[in-house]
Ligand binder design. Sequence first.
Ligand SMILES: Nc1ncnc2c1ncn2[C@@H]1O[C@H](COP(=O)(O)OP(=O)(O)OP(=O)(O)O)[C@@H](O)[C@H]1O
Ligand SMILES: [Mg+2]
Length: 242
Amino acid sequence: MAAMSGLTVEIADKTFPASDGAPERALYRDFRLEVADRSFVALLGPSGLGKTTLLNIVAGVDKDFRGKVAFTSEKPRIGYAFQSPRLLPWRTVLDNVLLALPKGREHVERARAVLGEMGLGDAERVFPERLSLGMQRRVALARAFALEPDLLLMDEPFVSLDEQTAEKLRDLLADLIQRRPTTVLFVTHDSREAVRLADRVVVLAGPPVRIERDVRVELTPEKRREAGDVERVRDHVVRVAG
Ligand SMILES: Nc1ncnc2c1ncn2[C@@H]1O[C@H](COP(=O)(O)OP(=O)(O)OP(=O)(O)O)[C@@H](O)[C@H]1O
Ligand SMILES: [Mg+2]
């Protein structure tokens, strides 16, 4: 049985101090977001609002805030596909994926399998500087997936990919989640992508950040492939957000 992996994040205050002439930025004040176990929550909101900051807080990368993050399981495994791929240039593609995993043969096999699913089977031994940005993104995704996380944080994972590749990876993500239920917190600027993938779309506004709209997406996997159905829900998300 997979671990429970819902979470509640409460941010009483998150402020970046003034520096280099830039003024202080109060991003969060009395903010609260609950993410149910095994739900897929998409976060939409304007650039510079604080979405990446929120994922960093949930991931424990940013501890400089007042508030708390509580998980429903004791030590959830967290996979984080960062907004920029962050690969180690002196390690091969395969080694970059293995970094996230415990040592052992079965993990090497798993890393290879995930790279294969990402269409990177031939690039295992290549160093990141030889890859296009889209390929680097896929390596970063493979690294997050291979961990088989309880909680998957994804920060605009499908930007800078051509639409065909992006669509293939959306299918792959949906498929992986169906096979192995995972809680997902997914940042995107693409409301269509949000409706296509998520079962809840949270529209953020601010500053300070507040939840402007919380839309449930109750579409079957088949209906998510129908432009008309996706568009109907999307109208609801966008109308209010705009
Ligand atoms: N380390 C930092 N020091 C100071 N300010 C920061 C730091 N990191 C982010 N900020 C500021 O905080 C705000 C929110 O940044 P964040 O990256 O969370 O936004 P975002 O919603 O993810 O934007 P985008 O959609 O463009 O990725 C921005 O104004 C940014 O300039
Ligand atoms: Mg961001």
